[in-house]
Design a protein. Structure first.
Length: 135
């Protein structure tokens, strides 16, 4: 057995906004890629911005559980695929439908007793139970 793998009861849980140097580097790199793609005339550059931006929002700000992230991603792929099939490669049609999905998954997470993202101390009355691995 790998000695580096911690049992669930040994995992130290945290709450609030999470930001590391790696996060900043990824956001900077994604911004540069979007800028370069836009300059090259690639009308799909917005997809990189949306995916990286939501990944940061979900993993670092609201800290969604993986299942909600995957539901959002599945809807995003279907949504963008639909609009591309209709010949609409722009960001507005897709984001008009994806925006409410984003809000819904964030609200679902914030209502959960496992919520540990930004503002969790004020929002989640059971945060301490979550942080102590009781939930």
């Amino acid at each position: 057995m790998n000695s580096n793998v911690k049992a669930p009861s040994e995992v130290h849980r945290t709450s609030g906004l999470r930001l590391s140097l790696a996060d900043v580097a990824i956001l900077f790199t994604a911004t540069a890629i979007v800028w370069w793609m836009g300059r090259e005339g690639n009308e799909m550059a917005w997809i990189v911005a949306v995916v990286v931006g939501h990944f940061f929002l979900f993993c670092n700000v609201f800290r969604l559980r993986r299942s909600l992230e995957l539901w959002w991603a599945a809807v995003f792929v279907l949504n963008v695929g639909w609009w591309l099939a209709q010949g609409q490669a722009g960001w507005l049609p897709a984001m008009l439908y994806q925006g409410p999905v984003t809000v819904i998954v964030i609200v679902i997470e914030m209502l959960s007793p496992r919520y540990h993202g930004i503002g969790a101390r004020w929002i989640n009355r059971r945060l301490d139970d979550y942080l102590e691995n009781k939930i």
